[in-house]
Design a binder for this molecule. Structure first.
Ligand code: FAD
Length: 408
């Protein structure tokens, strides 16, 4: 097990500087344009693929970094560049992690490369869990997968919503109900291969922020996939369902939900994205406060402004420490006895919203216009308290974990 460290090693510093250069030179200059266009920034993703930032190899390397700092460091730098574009670059990773976590070696080898494509022909992937009536309440999911034993195929019907890259992805990972009696324990994940008949994009959403990231409904109308597309395989699913039924019969004993553990491990990555956006806005505000003069002196000469900046930086550093701690715990298999993953996401996402609003205030009228990036950063930051579990759900998870009580 790696010791927890707050210092990047030389190799990590090199990667961080490389990512920072890409964020500053390629992502940042393109941010305003793609925010206005509200489209997937294919040329930027392609550029990222050419230099190796959009690739399975790169993410796997960061993901398996035993210090736990690889992923948060990468997320912070890319999202410092721009949240919408960065989400377009890392969105595929959400689906890839779903396969890496639950798939067999064969499934990983077959599908994950098809999620990324290559530098000459980049592809995307989408992870589709949320539904119109099943957001925070995942157990209300209705998308149904039924096994057709004669053909060894799964037949999937339902509507997914708010899927990042939904409908434009090469590979979709879809969560569906296989046993409605078992609530969220009766769910399973499926690969929907490229060009599968029955899968189509529904409405594409016009959003408040992260507008360079494509978000859409995904309609599944009698989608048929081979048995081999069930992540983890049928045998493992049958065993898992049998255990869940047995527990339900024995009185619904509360067991640690594997999905909850996965969320605890993935939430710090969202926290790191929020830290990147918050840091970007803070830096713009600090520069501005030192150069903007009113009443014959820089506005930072006023404690009212300087103290805000002191507060912003303190919160950002605190958020990063929580994120790094939780990431280190995740990779080293430490139990999240205080829901530290949720804590890091809650604090970092709320910090990003607060800090980006403060940045607008410090820039005054300029902060409110699209001439300066902080209004975009503020719009972007609102997503962090919503996806991967809202702030209220994080508080619920933390409170339940701390108390052991079924708090509602
Ligand atoms: C831009 C974007 C991208 C997304 N990408 C994806 C994706 O790629 N894949 C995917 O599957 N999903 C994705 N989502 C969906 C996202 O995860 C959900 O929006 C989120 O989980 C919240 O669900 P909801 O919107 O239905 O809100 P609801 O669950 O309806 O919540 C509404 C409000 O009620 C509160 N609330 C609900 N239940 C409770 C409770 N028990 N206690 C206290 N408060 C509560 C919530 O905190 C929130 O404030 C994305 C969403 C957006 C906006």
């Amino acid at each position: 097990m790696a010791e927890f460290t707050m210092e990047l090693n030389d190799e990590q510093k090199e990667v961080r500087d490389w990512l920072h250069g890409f964020a500053a030179d390629v992502i940042r200059p393109a941010a305003a344009e793609w925010d206005e266009r509200e489209e997937t920034p294919w040329p930027v993703i392609q550029e990222a693929a050419k230099v190796g930032i959009y690739s399975l190899d790169f993410y796997a390397q960061q993901y398996f970094d035993q210090t736990g700092l690889g992923i948060p460091m990468a997320m912070e730098e890319l999202f410092w560049g721009d949240a919408g574009i960065a989400l377009s670059i890392v969105g595929t990773g959400l689906a890839a992690v779903g396969v890496l976590a639950n798939g067999t070696e064969e499934q990983i080898g077959t599908w994950v490369p098809q999620m990324y494509g290559d530098a000459n022909d980049v592809k995307l992937a989408a992870f589709c869990s949320s539904e119109p009536d099943a957001g925070s309440d995942v157990a209300s999911m209705r998308t149904r997968a039924v096994y057709d034993e004669a053909k060894d195929e799964w037949v999937i019907n339902g509507t997914k919503t708010w899927a990042t890259n939904g409908g434009i992805a090469n590979v979709h990972v879809v969560v569906a109900v296989v046993d409605p009696e078992l609530g969220s324990k009766g769910h399973a994940s499926f690969i929907i291969p490229p060009n599968t008949p029955g899968l189509s994009q529904g409405q594409k959403f016009k959003k408040h922020g992260i507008r360079a990231s494509h978000t859409a409904e995904v309609i599944l109308d009698n989608v048929r996939v081979p048995g081999s597309c069930l992540l983890g395989g049928k045998e493992k699913l049958d065993e898992r369902l049998a255990r869940a039924r047995e527990r339900a019969r024995a009185g619904g004993e509360r067991v640690k939900n594997a999905a909850m553990a996965t969320f605890e491990a993935s939430r710090p990555a969202v926290g790191a994205m929020a830290v990147g956006t918050a840091r970007a806005a803070y830096e713009v505000a600090l520069d501005y406060a030192k150069t903007r003069e009113q009443f014959g002196r820089p506005i930072i000469d006023n404690q009212g402004v300087a103290f805000q900046l002191a507060e912003m930086r303190t919160q950002i550093d605190a958020a990063r420490l929580l994120v790094w701690r939780a990431s280190w715990m995740a990779i080293n298999g430490r139990p999240f006895t205080a829901a530290e993953g949720s804590m890091s996401k809650l604090f970092a996402s709320e910090t990003a919203k607060k800090v980006t609003a403060q940045a607008i205030q410090i820039l005054g009228g300029n902060g409110y216009t699209r001439e300066y990036p902080v209004e975009r950063m503020h719009r972007d930051s609102a997503i962090y308290t919503i996806f991967e579990g809202t702030s209220e759900i994080q508080r619920l998870v933390i409170a339940r974990t701390l108390s052991g009580m079924p708090i509602r």
